[in-house]
Design a protein around this ligand. Structure first.
Ligand code: SF4
Length: 360
């Protein structure tokens, strides 16, 4: 039987597609066919809903001991454009939202060479003290691993202590491509694939859910992407701890990989659809609008994405420093509604764990 017939039957029956079939989707499926299949799967899992949350990002520092080649955000200590927020400055940001209706604070940053575990614990405790009703999603696997190494504490103890102070989930950053040969080329100082997976597995085992990302469109091959997706799907089969998968497009400005350029919007659509079709056990796919840009995010909703992240409120500079269109990324609820209305989806406010936020 022809591959497209086999895949079509599997999708109609809700059966899992194989790695070989995933590769065929990347290489040979038409965009029209991918869109149709991705919509079938997204409607089966999420109906007509497009989720968002009211959130704010806090980036405590962009000073980082690593030098990932794709990173436009990282600065050395004392370099122009570097920052490291004090606990008081972080508290002041949290205070600004004390009487707002945000449901999540998202905290990630560089791996500061001189910050120990206490700094991160104080951060979580302070934000939780000021915003006790707000979900704290914090720290990439990279930051958590450095806390584990610098404190000499087992990873589970690091996560358990942060959880006791108010941490409720962890974001999906730092995964890049979970293929060590690719990591050696683009982020040689980062933890390896096994360590990234270990952080997430440990978090899931402690009742902390998480997300997973994939940075695509640089030196990786389709085979590398399939390895990455396969590792995530396997872990999810065991833990069920991933809430959302977030494909992140490599952006080329102001970093050491610029020469490889950026992939096309058609490739973004193809990738989103293949991820939706292959990751049958991860319920949500996020179109992270600060990275795609507000003008392109509509496309992603038709290729399987069901989540637009959140309002963010100018709290992240990670993609604006790499050439994304919004230099101070903020999305109002009205703008999110307009996106959904023109694409005939139903906007639904969620909390960090995808429970619908009830309106008063
Ligand atoms: S991607 Fe993260 S870990 Fe890598 S250099 Fe940038 S801030 Fe540091």
């Amino acid at each position: 039987m022809q591959m497209n017939k086999i895949i079509s039957q599997k999708i109609a029956a809700g059966e899992r597609i194989s790695t070989e079939e995933g590769l065929w989707l990347y290489r040979s499926a038409s965009l029209a066919q991918l869109m149709e299949w991705a919509q079938t799967v997204r409607r089966r899992i999420n109906g007509n809903k497009v989720f968002f949350n009211k959130n704010v990002h806090i980036e405590p520092t962009n000073i980082c001991s690593n030098r990932c080649l794709f990173c436009s955000y990282r600065r050395a200590q004392n370099e122009e454009g570097s920052w490291a927020l004090s606990l008081d400055e972080i508290a002041a940001i949290a205070q600004k939202y004390k009487h707002s209706d945000i449901t999540e604070v998202h905290i990630v940053g560089g791996v500061h060479p001189h910050w120990g575990f206490e700094v991160y614990k104080n951060m979580v405790a302070e934000v939780h003290k000021i915003l006790p009703q707000v979900h704290i999603k914090a720290f990439t696997a990279e930051e958590l691993w450095k806390m584990h190494e610098s404190s000499n504490l087992p990873l589970a103890d690091v996560l358990q202590q942060l959880k006791a102070l108010g941490l409720q989930s962890i974001p999906g950053g730092g995964a890049e491509v979970l293929q060590d040969a690719v990591r050696a080329k683009i982020c040689p100082e980062k933890i390896n694939s096994a360590a990234w997976l270990q952080v997430h597995q440990t978090a899931h085992n402690l009742g902390l859910s998480s997300n997973a990302t994939m940075l695509y469109g640089h030196v990786e091959s389709y085979e590398d992407r399939m390895v990455h997706l396969g590792l995530l799907r396997d872990l999810q089969d065991h833990t069920r701890g991933f809430n959302a998968f977030i494909p992140l497009k490599y952006r080329k400005l102001h970093n050491d990989l610029s020469a490889v350029g950026e992939v096309s919007t058609a490739e973004d659509c193809r990738n989103m659809a293949v991820c939706r079709l292959f990751l049958d056990n991860i319920p949500h796919l996020k179109a992270y609008w600060p990275m795609f840009g507000k003008s392109l995010v509509d496309n992603m909703l038709h290729y399987g994405a069901d989540d637009l992240d959140g309002t963010i409120d100018a709290g992240t500079q990670i993609y604006s420093m790499a050439g994304a269109e919004d230099t101070k990324p903020t999305m109002t609820v009205q703008e999110l509604q307009a996106i959904c209305r023109r694409n005939r989806f139903e906007l639904t406010e969620r909390d960090s764990l995808y429970k619908t936020v009830k309106k008063e």
